[in-house]
Design a protein around this ligand. Structure first.
Ligand SMILES: [Zn+2]
Length: 135
């Protein structure tokens, strides 16, 4: 994951400070929104949380390694993993798993592009999306 996006996640959510990320940049927004939901849930409860690794499984699905004995947190995690199934790994827009190997989820624009290093401009766009400024 891009270092700025990574820093933003760790900086904004203290429970992620020991968590490792192996996540494509395009999933930043859904991941960030999920962490906001978990964070607000935790503030309402006394549940403890352990975040280990957030990564991509071999079949291109999102794996959120967060342990918490709260059903609501589990539900947020499940929904987020579900959302990632159709989110482009490069830009986050609607995409689908590519056949035949299902190793990537990509939108129409990115399915024919090699490499998935995003530009600083795209990083700005992702950060704007979570800030709700949309510039
Ligand atoms: Zn895309």
């Amino acid at each position: 994951m891009n270092t700025r996006l990574h820093a933003r996640l760790r900086g904004d959510f203290t429970f992620l400070c020991d968590c490792e990320f192996y996540v494509p940049d395009g999933w930043f927004v859904i991941l960030y929104q999920a962490m906001q939901q978990i964070s607000s849930r935790l503030s309402e409860t006394s549940y403890d949380i352990r975040a280990n690794v957030i990564s991509v499984r071999r079949d291109a699905s999102l794996s959120i390694g967060i342990e918490c004995c709260d059903d609501e947190v589990d539900r947020i995690i499940e929904n987020t993993e579900l959302k990632a199934e159709t989110a482009c790994m490069v830009c986050g827009k609607l995409g689908k798993r590519r056949e035949p190997n299902y190793m990537e989820v990509l939108c129409g624009k990115h399915q024919n592009v090699d490499g998935s290093v995003i530009t600083e401009e795209q990083v700005d766009e992702l950060i704007a999306a979570i800030s709700g400024q949309g510039n």
